[in-house]
Design a protein around this ligand. Structure first.
Ligand SMILES: Nc1ncnc2c1ncn2[C@@H]1O[C@H](COP(=O)(O)OP(=O)(O)OP(=O)(O)O)[C@@H](O)[C@H]1O
Length: 233
């Protein structure tokens, strides 16, 4: 049995009287890529905010069993960087907090394909390029767990493929990756385990094949259609 690196115990979230996440429990195993999967408003970002501590749960706990002092690297769904700064300046800012060598910053900037643009102001960047700066600041941290909220948003097909390769490399190094997505094809390709969310509830958990069996479906799209149809009827 693979040891859990993150344990989530009955976390829930209410905003005023509205429950946006019903009590949910799950464990995330070390070295896996776990995808929080669900449609718009399903609760993916809410779970990520609770995992990262950005928001406090209404009930329940999140426990990290990591070794280092810094618990995780985090890529928010949107990151607005000061327009006047360049990618290298942004990475130096984060790198200083993390105690990173310049070599590591250069490595990360090359990994996200922004070496030629490293001295350009990010104010002129496209959405996909800004998203890659966002990914770079997350990868800068040498941690056991990486948490990424909708990381492929705004990326073109080449960068979606490259992103999947980056995730594979992290896993080969024994890192754990938790990410959210509603893009079924990406999920099916990269997820070792899936946490399926629908309207603030975890309605399935496990490998893709386990979910197919549970819902008697042959694709994630079919599972979502059936969840929506059950909700309507
Ligand atoms: N600060 C807030 N105040 C009130 N409601 C909120 C707040 N943040 C999120 N919600 C609600 O919580 C629900 C889940 O939102 P969340 O952002 O977690 O969804 P998501 O699965 O990430 O969706 P998407 O794919 O559209 O980004 C939504 O109904 C949303 O309106």
């Amino acid at each position: 049995m693979i040891e859990p690196i993150v344990k989530v115990d009955s976390i829930s979230k209410n905003y005023k009287k509205k429950t946006v996440l019903h009590p949910s429990s799950f464990s995330i195993s070390k070295g896996r890529c776990v995808v929080l999967c669900g449609g718009n408003g399903a609760g993916k970002s809410t779970i990520i905010k609770l995992l990262t501590g950005i928001e406090k749960p209404t009930s329940g706990t999140v426990t990290f069993h990591t070794k280092g002092k810094k618990l995780f690297g985090y890529m928010p769904d949107q990151m607005v960087f000061p327009r006047e700064l360049t990618p290298i300046e942004i990475l130096m800012y984060y790198g200083n907090f993390l105690g990173c060598e310049r070599e590591k910053m250069n490595e990360v900037i090359k990994k996200v394909g922004l070496w030629d643009e490293r001295n350009q102001k990010v104010g002129s960047f496209s959405k996909g390029m800004s998203q890659r700066v966002n990914l770079a600041q997350c990868l800068l941290a040498d941690v056991d767990v990486y948490i990424l909220d909708e990381p492929t948003n705004g990326l073109d097909p080449y960068w979606v493929i490259t992103f999947k390769q980056i995730i594979k490399e992290l896993k080969e190094k024994g890192k754990t990756v938790i990410l959210s997505s509603h893009i079924m094809r990406d999920i099916a390709e990269i997820a070792d385990d899936i946490i399926l969310l629908f309207r603030g509830k975890v309605c399935g958990e496990g490998h893709l094949e386990e979910l197919y069996e549970k819902f008697s479906c042959t694709s994630l799209e079919e599972i979502f259609l059936s969840l929506h149809q059950q909700h309507i009827s």
